[in-house]
Design a protein around this ligand. Sequence first.
Ligand SMILES: [Zn+2]
Length: 505
Amino acid sequence: MAKKFYITTTAPYVNADPHIGFALEIIQADAVARYHRLLGEEVIFGCGTDEHGLKIYRKALEEKLSPQKYCDQSVTAWNKLKQVLNLSYTHFIRTTERRHLEAAQALWQRCQDNGDIYKKTYKSKYCVGCELEKTDSELEQGRCPIHPNLEIELINEENYFFRFSKYQKPLLDFYAQNPDFVVPRYRFNEIIEFVKNGLEDFSVSRLKSKMPWGVDIPGDPNHVMYVWFDALVFYISTLGWPKIADFAGFWPGIQVAGKDNLRQQSAIWQAMLMSAGLPNSQQILIHGFIQSGGQKMSKSLGNVIDPIFLSQKYGADALRYYLLAKIHPFNDSDFTIQLFEEAYNSDLANGLGNLTSRIITMCQKFTGGVVPPKIELKNHPLRKLEIAVWKMLEQKMPTFEFHLVLESIWNFIHALDKYIDETKPWVLAKQGKQKQIDEIIFVLLDCLKDLAWLIAAFLPEAAQKITTALNLKDLLAKDPIYKDNWASLKPGTKIKPIKSLFPRI
Ligand SMILES: [Zn+2]
């Protein structure tokens, strides 16, 4: 039976526009999901939208729509992402779906049965943009640094609370036993420090009379759940929990989230799981924020990078390449159109695209458009280099260092170009040295075939086009043969012409 693998992004608020930071998150998760599929594993890749809370309730009122209708309209922008970014997610959950509501209520019930939910008066400063309580030390000039244009609101009502404080020691013990739980390490240290400093119980409900847009609380018609408490359950409602079906085989999974989600994912959610008697998440990958021209993106600065526009203009593979190769997987990074276009031209148009055209065109010209006789490649310097790239892939995918994997693949691309420049098949053709030409073209076609596999998790469309040109079976077939000879080139096989993978800008 195939190994089971589960990865999920966060569920963004449905009212927001899909922004470049979320594109980064979902493309990172997609690359990992595709990689595990290529290894022959059975993969669930989940994503979805968070549709409750005060922010969405107010937006709906502004638009004079029922909150549900407002969410139904807003979700279409998110549904488009799958095609636009060429995503391979298998599950999409909206937190207003019945299966999610039931999971959130079941989890609440378990926490309550465990004595971790109680009532008290809630007084706090609240950022509606974050849907989070803010302490004075988190505010800058009385405002949330992430939402400086919003007023901080005061909440004063009787709410249900979650006994977060009880989980300080269990969380610290869990962290100590799972030294790779949060990646990168410096984010892990941040959350360990946070938990060490002591945890405060937090409010997990809202008075329905003031804010009715949330999941009903079991046994109390006067309250709805606090949006985060319900939203975090999304990680397991995706798997059909509380039904056991997929949950048993796929949980725990990997969660990908931005640095602003560190506390919710790696502390709050983990405490909720402990309270409900469920296994903790397997791992949390925390990515940084993307700035533009050294500044936070904002409409007023006119520096907003729209992932949908970029993908439609340059192709999903181009955006995927840039986000995975040139944006650091963990640290804050800068994104400008100029940098993007430079990378597109040098690495994709003149790099992968040009190499592919060169090899296929030479095969058409010099070996009659078919795979020449097979030669042994075991001791070939290019094969040795290729093995180093495979090792990089194996070592760096589990640590989410996509940029290092791609850098190594691009070294291989440069080496192939250099091999062509040095062996000069066009000169050999004039000299009538057909046997040498056959050998060179075979080496190149065989390397191109493996290159398709190597890039498949990152640039799935280019990989598929190369595979089709080489007349090989579908790369994304259920059980591809991993690595050596994942498909072998049969001499005499017809090679199809290929259109430019990345036309120059
Ligand atoms: Zn905020």
